[in-house]
Design a protein around this ligand. Structure first.
Ligand SMILES: C[S@@+](CC[C@H](N)C(=O)[O-])C[C@H]1O[C@@H](n2cnc3c(N)ncnc32)[C@H](O)[C@@H]1O
Length: 180
């Protein structure tokens, strides 16, 4: 099971796709293997930082390994040309060379979370209704205890920049908006 009895990740080291119970399971909605699908459980706040534009901070204590929020946006594939220089800061790659979630035009609170090389969040791949590794939900979990008032961050480099480093740029066809 990917989660413990408190609905926190059993291990931060797990790198494969996290399978939550879904529509085909007979368990109830309170099953401990249904976590990210219930939406944000901790109060979060969008605020204006001093140097990074908007950011997101915790309004209450978030224990390590807790689900924080999903990263939502438009799912794109194929070739995508975008003239905005900060475009790649709003994307998360999904699958192996298949596409990405683009939150540059629309998304949820995840699009306001800034980068840090010493982050308190990590991005994991989660599914509950299919087993296609190329179309996971991108989900942010706490990698350490986060006190109330602390800004949330994850490492952009490990989640998206290497996508472009290898020269793979996808695009144009919007075929889904991921909603958790
Ligand atoms: C996904 S957005 C994060 C939300 C953004 N701060 C906003 O106001 O909408 C990425 C952009 O935030 C800024 N940003 C994120 N992390 C930063 C950091 N550590 N230092 C400076 N700017 C950062 C950059 O402008 C980057 O293009």
């Amino acid at each position: 099971m990917p989660y413990d009895c408190n609905k926190r990740l059993a291990s931060l080291m797990e790198s494969s796709l996290i399978y939550e119970c879904g529509p085909s399971c007979r368990c109830s909605s309170s099953c401990t293997n249904r976590v990210s699908q219930h939406g944000i459980q901790f109060q979060l706040e969008i605020f204006m930082t001093k140097l990074k534009g908007w950011g997101v901070r915790a309004r209450s204590f978030i224990p390590s390994r807790s689900f924080v929020c999903a990263y939502l946006g438009e799912v794109r594939n194929n070739r995508h040309c975008e003239s905005r220089p900060d475009f790649d800061d709003y994307i998360l790659k999904i699958g192996v060379g298949k596409g990405f979630i683009d939150a540059s035009r629309c998304g949820n609170i995840g699009r306001f979370i800034n980068h840090s090389c010493s982050p308190n969040l990590i991005v994991k791949d989660v599914t509950n209704d299919h087993s296609d590794k190329n179309l996971p939900y991108k989900v942010l979990f706490a990698v350490k205890d986060i006190p109330a008032g602390r800004e949330l961050s994850y490492d952009y480099k490990s989640s998206k920049r290497n996508y472009f480093r290898f020269g793979i740029i996808f695009a144009t066809v919007d075929h889904r908006i991921a909603i958790v």
